[in-house]
Design a protein around this ligand. Sequence first.
Ligand code: GGG
Length: 348
Amino acid sequence: MKTHRIALIPGDGIGTDVIDAAWSVLQRAAGLSGFALEGTTFPWSCAFYKETGRMMPADGIEILRGFDAILLGAVGWPAEVPDSVSLHGLLLPIRKAFVQYANIRPHRLLPGVEGPLKAEGFDILCIRENTEGEYSGAGGRVHQGTANEVAVETAIFTRAGVERILRFGFEQARARRGKLASVTKSNAQKHSMVFWDEITALLAADYPDVTVTSYHVDALAARMVMAPESLDVIVASNLFGDILTDLGAAIQGGLGFAASANINPDRSAPSMFEPVHGSAPDIAGKGIANPMATIWSGAMMLEHLGESQAAARVMQALSATTARGIGIRPGKDSTEAITAAILGEVNS
Ligand code: GGG
């Protein structure tokens, strides 16, 4: 039987709950579609950091390289470890080391889910640059703790990095409704963002079938609220994409529904799948985390692994569950009840 080897990193807080839930649904879908998922769990997290001084072992990246994909829950426990340490110790190094330069985040309403907007018929695919830009980690601090303290954080945009994410965006738009929104703030940031706009204009010549519009990030944020149905594919830098996709999560009913895929498009290393949400310390341990974002991310993983039938089965089960009113209001249904309902739909 065909077997896909998956590295499971539950991480912190609600990460364990949502990974357990997603794994049971994915296993069931795999069994019904005639292939196997073999999971290996890694305890890399803030608790691991407290024990070892590292978010993952020194050879963590080499360990993960041997897997077909990675399914990650949530990272961060700010009461114990600063978020900047946990993020730069686990999530960001994996994205960079495995050249997962395209972070894909779909925003649409599942049946029965009521978002905060009047508009219901939107279907947005946000593509966030995932390996450089504002999250490059370049910078430093001097004169710490004095009145003369200076902190510098340099955003790094390379021609290769900007070109490949924009090309990825154009390709996605071509395969969907043919509209690409390229996002910058080039009126205020006159080097990197003008560079991004120039590369967008250059590439547009290769995609005459795609209508590309350059937006400033503030205007695009307003458009996502006022006219989300007018948008198809959005491509944005690491920081802007991070912010816009939390807005995307809000308009699709909340972070409980927001899925994401960190894709290495040339498949030279594993891709990683994770919900957009974090570890949610406020609800951790209460058994009320919505596992749908992780299950949706798992469906994206199956699609990436070439298991389209199983991916469709999972998405159908998710939609049938929300259509029955289960899991659509934060905190109302337990993680266990939502998972049981989805498992029932996978079987049907
Ligand atoms: N689901 C992964 C997670 O815990 N994300 C929290 C977070 O802060 N992520 C920042 C990022 O996606 O760059």
